[in-house]
Design a protein around this ligand. Sequence first.
Ligand code: RB5
Length: 153
Amino acid sequence: MRIGIASDHGGFLLKEQVKSFLLAEGHTVHDCGTDSENPVDYPPIIQELARMVAQNTVDRGVAFCGSGLGASMVANKVPGVRCALCSEPYSAVLSRQHNNANVLALGGRLIGKDMAAEILRVWLTTEFEGGRHQRRVDQIHALDNERGIRRES
Ligand code: RB5
């Protein structure tokens, strides 16, 4: 898969560890930064990643900040993005089966690299179930139309 990753300083170390994991698994990784633990604002960095997902430049995105909260909030502002903040694997499975999540948010100050790898492993291999869940996902994106925002994908 083509996977985009992005973090602020709070998520930087976990991003680097996840990047190694993804490359070892054979994925193509596009890194939107940041490139150190020096403080940076997360919104522009995460926005770049979310737009890449919405425009289908990458297949999936993984967004990091200290808690994962800010990253998920930013990503979910971009039409076409469905970002799930997960701290354990079962939420990651459900985010794929029921919500067709295309961005995963992880908190660099909350979870370790082994937990992140397990979350990633199930998130990247679990399929969307469609059916009644497709209708609900469509209803989520109808909110974009209501606000006059055009989806990019
Ligand atoms: C940065 O200190 C921190 O606020 C950020 O990484 C993130 O957790 C925001 O939601």
